[in-house]
Design a protein around this ligand. Sequence first.
Ligand SMILES: Nc1nc2c(ncn2[C@@H]2O[C@H](COP(=O)(O)OP(=O)(O)O)[C@@H](O)[C@H]2O)c(=O)[nH]1
Ligand SMILES: [Mg+2]
Length: 346
Amino acid sequence: MKPDQSNIDRWLAARKKQREGRTESILLNGLINGERTALGQAITLIESSNLTDQKQAQQLLQALPVAQKLAKRIGITGVPGVGKSTFIENFGLLLVEAGYKVAVLAIDPSSSRTGGSILGDKTRMERLSQHPNVFIRPTAAGRTLGGVAKNTREAIALCEAAGYDIILIETVGVGQSETLVHGMVDCFLLLMLAGAGDELQGIKRGIMELADLIVINKADGTNEAAAKAARAEYAAAIHVFGQRPDYWTPRVLCASGLTGSGLQSLWEQIESFFVQLAANGHLSQKRQEQELQLFEHLLNDFLQQQFFANPLNQEKCRALRKEITKGQLLAYEAMAAFLGASSEIN
Ligand SMILES: Nc1nc2c(ncn2[C@@H]2O[C@H](COP(=O)(O)OP(=O)(O)O)[C@@H](O)[C@H]2O)c(=O)[nH]1
Ligand SMILES: [Mg+2]
């Protein structure tokens, strides 16, 4: 007798569901137990563009228990070469030696173009990466900046669920990524160099305004005096920004990520930042804003996916883009044409 295909299909679908459910709960248990491999696998899952993986990732994220304690989310930015990775290695070691569990997420939106940079970072953080209480992970570039943001936010949530106390997020201080990162951390550090000039460092004034702490890095050897002078200059420069809504007065400090000098007092400043913002209610306000931003991202993602799931929409957009690049249509005309058409195709 020929087996009934619909029965086989049903059985296969049930098995698949069972398997997926199991993967999720194994991952979830591992995560909650603080297993690094489970955390790594969970991040791989959220970064995957495979539809089944995405579904599992969503289920996993939704199943995450409410974190018992909130991790300190600290963003670290600065131009390439300012010493972020070296700084994180030694700062991270200081934190683990103080008993904290530390996760490092490195975002490099350009990594799909430049390739090897992440490998370079891993070797730079060699001692830190070997510590049992440390988790280091570069965030995949993703196709869009929005993708980077979503992956990073979700990775932060996973690290928190895995019990990490401090999450350091490294981002390159050029382009838009630092503004995105600023929107997902509690405390934002800007690393700068003495004597390089703001323009040379590609640091826009706007980024200085976002910084909670400015670190004049590489304040070691013959560079120390110049670093001290730069510190005074930056302190005067940020003074003109006036009072912030959270009442924190940004500090400028000298440090050396390489020798470790200044890192302990930087940590003390960060701690007082958290104490002050927790006391005046701005920390929880920041968290609520972060949740809102995350929701907006998720909503946008969902709407885009829904929209492009319709092949007619895809086709219409493709045709309009082509006409724009040929110079046959202006953006507003294309949009008008699209809206005219979309009443037919939704
Ligand atoms: N003198 C000195 N050199 C440093 C310091 N931190 C990093 N460097 C050097 O600067 C270069 C860039 O460092 P890296 O950490 O990769 O910078 P990133 O691109 O910002 O991550 C490397 O050659 C480091 O050895 C520091 O505190 N002092
Ligand atoms: Mg780096």
